[in-house]
Design a protein. Structure first.
Lengths: 119, 119
C-alpha cells in the first residue's frame, strides 16, 4: 500500500530516483528506489529526519505555523520532503535536472492517502 | 552595497517581505525588511543558520555534493535560503502565496555579486 504510492511518485516525476516514508525518529515505514538508482534512501532519510525535526521546531518557534515542505538542492541531488503530521514525513530524491514541480504536486496530492493509512 | 542587493531581491519578488545575508555562525552581515513586514529576519536567519549548517554537512556526508539552496514552506511563511560559500548564506522570507520561482532566480543571479563583496 505505502510502497505503491512511493513507487507511483518516483515513476511519475521525471528525474526522481527514490522515495521514503519515515518517522522523525529515523525509522522507515517503507521505501522505494528505481532500478540502478544508487541511492541509499534510508540513509538519506535518516540524516534529514534530524534536520526536519529541527525545522519543525524552528517554524513553530518563529510563529510561521506548521512546516509543510522542505526542499534541499545540492550539486548532485535534490531532496524534496513533505511533513505529514507530528510523526511522519515523506521524501523523494531526484536528479538535479528533475521535475521538482511535478514531484511537489505528487507528494502534496498523495499525502492524504499516506496519512489515512498511517493513522 | 549588500543592503541594496538585499532590498532589490525583496522588492522584485512578489510576496517577499525581508532578506538577510548571514554567516552560518548566526552573525548578520546585513538585512532588509519591507515596511510593516513584521518579520524579525535576524531571528529567522539565526534559527535557520543552524539548520543550514547541518544540511551542509549532511549533503557532503551523503555524497550529494555541495548544498546550494534550501526552501522551507510553512503555513504562514516560506523561507528560501541560498548557500553562498563555506561561511555565508542569503535568505529571503516570503508570504506563502509569493512568487518563489522569481525569488530563487533573483537569489541565484545576485549570489555572485554578494560573494564578490564578501571575499
Amino acid at each position: 500500500m505505502f510502497k505503491s504510492i512511493l513507487r507511483e511518485v518516483v515513476e511519475n516525476a521525471d528525474g526522481a530516483v527514490a522515495s521514503i516514508l519515515m518517522g522523525f525518529d529515523g525509522i522507515t515505514v517503507d521505501s522505494y528506489a528505481s532500478e540502478g538508482s544508487g541511492v541509499d534512501m534510508e540513509t538519506v532519510g535518516s540524516e534529514y529526519s534530524q534536520v526536519l525535526a529541527q525545522i519543525k521546531q524552528a517554524a513553530q518557534m518563529l510563529d510561521m505555523g506548521t512546516a509543510r515542505e522542505v526542499a534541499v538542492q545540492a550539486e548532485n541531488m535534490t531532496t524534496l520532503m513533505r511533513l505529514l503530521n507530528e510523526e511522519y514525513f515523506v521524501a523523494i530524491a531526484m536528479k538535479p535536472q528533475g521535475n521538482i514541480g511535478k514531484a511537489r504536486y505528487l507528494l502534496r496530492t498523495q499525502a492524504p492517502k499516506l496519512l489515512e493509512n498511517l493513522t
